[in-house]
Design a protein around this ligand. Structure first.
Ligand code: GLP
Length: 242
């Protein structure tokens, strides 16, 4: 069942999600969070950071699993998701780096990296709350259009549109990796609670397709409709097509 929460600002959305996460962690200090990158989840991390600093929220025992990682970008590259998660999430929120996993996008071992990641998520008992953004192509994680709704963590080719969208983080589009290792749609659907966030007019159409359109591999984000517990938290601009 999807609940749709329309808030005034991304900051208010961040507070809404941070409140849910705080409540979860209060009852389960070693809760498992599904972490997303991109600009969309930043207000959530900002709201959590405020709670850590001002309200004594302790995320030091919380485990985390990121959705995806570029293939072939060294871990120490500033735009690798291993770097981004460390900088934007682990360090800011006082998490324990050893409890936070990001898929290993190194070419060496890439063929088995997906399976290993799935095993790690299973061993942690699964994800309690999965934070999700959506790409303008309809991707969740890096599951581009055509991704099986049953898929596990594996390598996917990025669409031109996604590479263009993410070129803002690189000196030129030529340096945006062509492939990513991403949790599958099936992996994401195994999380206990999905929180799908979208802000701004540029996301309005794809958000409506995800939330109200047909469930189809052509719009991987539409798979959230198959989940029993989904919260869609959006600002007014992203909600105009709902
Ligand atoms: C990125 C990530 C996704 C993210 C999406 C939207 O490339 N792989 O997990 O949700 O694209 O990005 P943004 O939030 O910056 O719009």
């Amino acid at each position: 069942m999807a609940e749709v929460i329309i808030v005034d600002t991304p900051a208010a959305a961040g507070e809404w999600v941070a409140q849910r996460i705080s409540a979860l962690v209060a009852g389960k200090p070693d809760a498992v969070l599904g972490l997303a990158t991109g600009s969309t989840p930043l207000p959530v991390y900002a709201a959590l950071e405020r709670r850590v600093r001002e309200e004594g929220l302790n995320l030091g025992h919380v485990r985390g699993f990121a959705l995806d990682e570029y293939v072939g970008l060294p871990a120490e590259h500033p735009e690798s998701y291993r770097s981004v998660i460390r900088r934007d999430v682990v360090e800011r929120l006082g998490m324990n780096a050893e409890l936070v996993c990001v898929p290993n996008g190194d070419r060496d071992g890439i063929n088995t990296a997906g399976e290993r990641y799935e095993a790690d998520i299973r061993a942690a008992g699964g994800v309690d709350i999965q934070i999700l953004g959506v790409g303008t192509s309809g991707h969740i994680g890096f599951n581009e259009p055509g991704s099986s709704l049953n898929s596990d963590t594996r390598v996917k080719a990025l669409t031109e549109q996604t590479r263009r969208d993410n070129a803002r983080f690189f000196p030129s589009i030529d340096e945006v990796p062509t492939h990513a290792l991403t949790q599958g749609v099936g992996t994401i659907l195994r999380a206990k609670h999905l929180v799908l966030l979208a802000f701004g007019a540029a996301k309005a159409e794809i958000l409506a397709e995800c939330v109200e359109g047909p469930v189809t591999a052509s719009v991987p984000g539409s798979a959230v409709q198959l989940h029993r517990h989904v919260s869609v938290v959006v600002d007014e601009a992203a909600a105009t097509h709902l």
